[in-house]
Design a protein around this ligand. Structure first.
Ligand code: SF4
Ligand code: SF4
Length: 448
């Protein structure tokens, strides 16, 4: 299959980056790619999707990776796996000899190993310039579930209708479930045996970068985890702290110890960000140091500085995130795209082991394996968002009362625009087209 055909198929089946912000995958692929990297290094604590999928579907995933390598004309494909994923590594080792252009890279179990900038450096030795993308160093990174979706599109002609979600924390049966897109979080928690505590909060995503949500929130193509924690858990309290309090605390107790900079994964890779300097500039309202403010655009918002590095419990990530948002609102872009030539010499010694991070976050008790549950779940209603990807919102091609089948196209994007098509995730009747979503009721309950 040539690149044009492959891209058309990926677009047709609505595939987006399942492990990140949902960048449409067909727009990522180009013929000046030298290396395709399979990202099976899910770095967020407690998440088990990559590990489970590679263990079970190694052959399919490698077939899709190999096809991609050939289609883009790359020299090689790299399977990047944590060295702690013993079963997954074994599964890949059994298959990999059938694919001469593929090799395994066993990665240390550190945070954030799955960050694209870190991953590209660890697997190829290439440093992505500040504000750049893997394509700037002739690489492309594809997440594990995305690769499985490519396999499903090419070999089974199946579009994206489901996603894999680790449901864990205070639930009775922690597991990684295959869930129809649009399923409510409330239903998902019931399917994981129900919540096991009374006063709780829910995080969608990992504990480091995930967001607090309500049970009415729905699963999208990029949802990878739903975590339930007691209301007073330190991870929850940190997420609830507001900017004004963060700023006041920064003004009064930031000791300028530099630990946030010493351990910052982007600073260690050679990028110019220095979170301690940004904290100083913000706390002291220093307006002359533009370079320091601009460097916030390099922050990946991995959260290591606030969850691990800062001995004062400050939140550089949150304040830097707010600053980034303000710069973007005002149309300010990263114009100084420095390209570092070398990483910090101390980098190897300053990596943060994930186990230690989990302990620091008081999450050790919740770090359970769970199991991969791919049974057909009893989900009677889905509310499918029209914006589950980077780019423009998809436009419904169905109306209220239409009968739809699982896998049927229900929303499309204008040709050539950045976005992704959306397909029905269950059989049923379209009961509502409100809230930038399409609701489908399995039993024809058209009250929505
Ligand atoms: S680690 Fe904390 S106290 Fe130290 S410089 Fe950074 S924000 Fe300030
Ligand atoms: S969140 Fe903190 S540690 Fe992570 S990249 Fe940004 S400044 Fe660095």
């Amino acid at each position: 299959m040539d690149l044009k055909e492959l891209k058309a198929l990926i677009y047709e089946k609505g595939i987006v980056g399942a492990g990140g912000a949902g960048f449409p995958t067909h727009m990522k692929l180009s013929d000046n790619t030298e290396v395709v990297i399979l990202n099976s290094c899910e770095c967020e604590p407690l998440l088990k999707v990559d590990k489970n999928l590679v263990s079970k579907y190694a052959e399919n995933i490698l077939r899709a990776l190999s096809l991609l390598v050939e289609a883009v004309g790359a020299k090689e494909g790299i399977v990047a796996l944590k060295n702690t994923y013993k079963t997954a590594i074994k599964a890949v080792e059994v298959e990999i000899d059938s694919f001469p252009k593929l090799r395994i890279k066993k990665m240390e179990d550190v945070y954030p190993a799955g960050d694209e900038v870190v991953l590209v450096y660890e697997t190829t030795g290439r440093i992505i310039p500040e504000g750049g993308l893997p394509k700037d160093v002739n690489a492309v990174v594809i997440n594990t579930e995305t690769m499985l979706n490519i396999y499903n599109a090419v070999f089974l002609t199946v579009p994206v209708t489901h996603t894999y979600v680790t449901v864990t924390g205070e639930v009775n049966t922690p597991a990684t479930l295959k869930v129809p897109i649009g399923c409510s979080v409330g239903r998902l928690l019931e399917l994981a045996g129900g919540v096991s505590t009374e006063n709780y909060e829910i995080i969608m995503g990992g504990p480091m970068t995930g967001k607090l949500i309500e049970e009415q929130a729905t699963v999208t193509k990029t949802t990878k985890a739903v975590i339930v924690l007691p209301k007073g858990h330190p991870v929850i309290l940190k997420k609830k702290m507001n900017t004004a309090v963060n700023m006041k605390r920064a003004m009064s107790v930031c000791s300028q110890c530099q630990m946030c900079t010493d351990l910052c994964p982007r600073a260690l890779i050679g990028h110019s960000i220095k979170p301690h300097k940004i904290m100083n500039a913000l706390a002291n309202k220093m307006t002359s140091d533009l370079q320091t403010y601009m460097s916030s655009l390099v922050c990946s918002e991995c959260g290591l500085c606030e969850a691990y590095s800062c001995h004062q419990g400050l939140s550089p990530r949150k304040l830097i995130g707010e600053l980034k948002g303000k710069l973007r609102e005002n149309g300010i872009k990263n114009t100084f795209r420095n390209k570092p030539y070398s990483v910090n010499q101390m980098r190897e010694m300053r990596k943060v082991p994930k186990d230690r991070l989990i302990a620091r976050l008081s999450l050790t008790a919740y770090n359970v394996e769970g199991f991969l549950d791919e049974r057909e779940l009893d989900v009677q209603k889905v509310k499918i968002s029209l914006r589950q990807h980077i780019g423009i919102e998809a436009v419904p091609v169905v109306k209220v009362g239409d009968k739809v089948m699982r896998g049927q196209l229900i929303a499309d994007i204008e040709e050539g625009k950045l976005g992704a098509r959306i397909h029905a995730s269950i059989d049923g009747i379209v009961s509502s087209l409100a809230d930038n979503s399409i609701t489908i009721a399995a039993r024809g309950d058209i009250c929505g």
